[in-house]
Design a protein around this ligand. Structure first.
Ligand code: ATP
Length: 323
């Protein structure tokens, strides 16, 4: 299995190698190759992501991705947006699992307010929010596929104000009825609050691009913060796995980064390729490390990235030897 590894910027090079090691220890058949993209590359070469980088990413069976910092260039387009579009990674899946919740946020990943159609005029700037029938149908179908094996679907929307969300909501409802998935709709602002007040009411949530992005950062509160949440970006041919958090330049290089989100992203990769056993072993190793009282500072512990990662590797070795 060929895995492209993009460490990226900021804390990416601190957390991605931990996730890579976890994959390597569980799947010796993995062949890793680095692809450099992001701010560091832009600074050195003037380009944050080249056509060759995109071709290299396309040649991989899966991509493990860290995070990229946005360069201070007004003409700059987000690397991650470019990759999501080029590889048509239309579904962004963000599981939020903790003591209080077991939720999967499914975010449309290629259109909405991140359409890339925007311009600046003298006295205003415009961004076009694109919601297409095809884009809505395929994300709705993907979310229903997940909800079918679980309990129910909630469509997060703002159809009371946005015509584009009337289309999105109606297609989701149609698709849920066709798949016989119990489904309800909720305005995104009310949903954001209710998610924190009554998380157990939610199972699978499907929503448009920016709403999904914001909602998953909010949901991070339920499980201890951004350092805990993984995500999968899925398309028909390609798949990329990355922590929900960004490059966090404020804590980069200080041994403060929590690698759990990156390691959980590796677990999602394992699940994606059908290795549920290895994915479960990763989750068990994380729980066992926490059970020993070892955690990074962002979630109330005292361990640095290196100490936490060492303990996690030990737990993983113990678990795999046992089986
Ligand atoms: P970017 O512009 O790349 O999105 P950012 O700093 O604006 O970066 P995030 O990286 O998502 O946004 O993080 C917001 C804050 O959350 C960070 O400044 C950091 O303090 C904290 N944080 C994020 N990820 C982690 C992590 N893995 N471990 C510990 N703290 C984290």
């Amino acid at each position: 299995m060929k895995i492209a590894v993009c460490e990226g910027d900021g804390i990416g090079p601190e957390v991605v190698p931990v996730a890579r090691d976890v994959l390597e220890s569980l799947r010796p058949d993995c062949e890793f190759f680095p692809v450099e993209v992001g701010y560091g590359k832009w600074d050195r070469t003037g380009s944050a992501c080249t056509d060759d980088d995109i071709s290299a990413l396309k040649s991989a069976d899966a991509i493990l991705f860290g995070a990229v910092t946005t360069p201070p260039d007004p003409g700059y387009r987000s690397v991650l947006l470019e990759i999501r579009h080029a590889l048509d990674l239309y579904a962004n899946v963000r599981p939020v699992r903790g003591e209080k919740c077991d939720i999967v946020i499914v975010r449309e990943n290629t259109e909405g307010l991140y359409s890339g159609i925007e311009w600046q005029e003298a006295d205003r700037a415009c961004t076009v929010r694109v919601v297409s029938r095809r884009g809505s149908r395929r994300i709705a179908r993907y979310a229903c596929g997940i909800a079918k094996g679980r309990s129910h679907l909630t469509v997060g929307n703002k159809a009371n104000v946005l015509k584009s969300d009337v289309l999105f909501r109606d297609i989701c409802l149609e698709e849920a009825a066709r798949c016989r998935v119990p489904c309800s709709t909720q305005y995104i602002d009310a949903l954001a609050l209710d998610l924190l007040m009554a998380p157990s009411r939610y199972d699978v949530i499907v929503t448009t691009n920016i709403f999904g992005d914001i909602l998953s950062d909010i949901a991070a509160y339920l499980v201890g913060g951004l350092g805990m949440l993984p995500s999968a970006n899925i398309g028909r041919r390609h798949a990329l796995f990355e922590p929900v958090h960004g490059s966090a330049p404020d804590i980069a290089g200080k041994d403060l980064a929590n690698p759990v989100a990156a390691v959980r992203s590796a677990a999602l990769l394992l699940k994606h390729v059908g290795d549920d056993t290895a994915a479960a072993q990763v989750e068990e190793a994380i729980s066992a490390t926490f059970a020993r009282g070892i955690a990074t500072r962002d979630i109330g512990g005292t361990a640095g990235t290196a100490a936490f990662s060492g303990a996690l590797r030990e737990e993983l070795r113990r678990i795999t030897r046992r089986e």
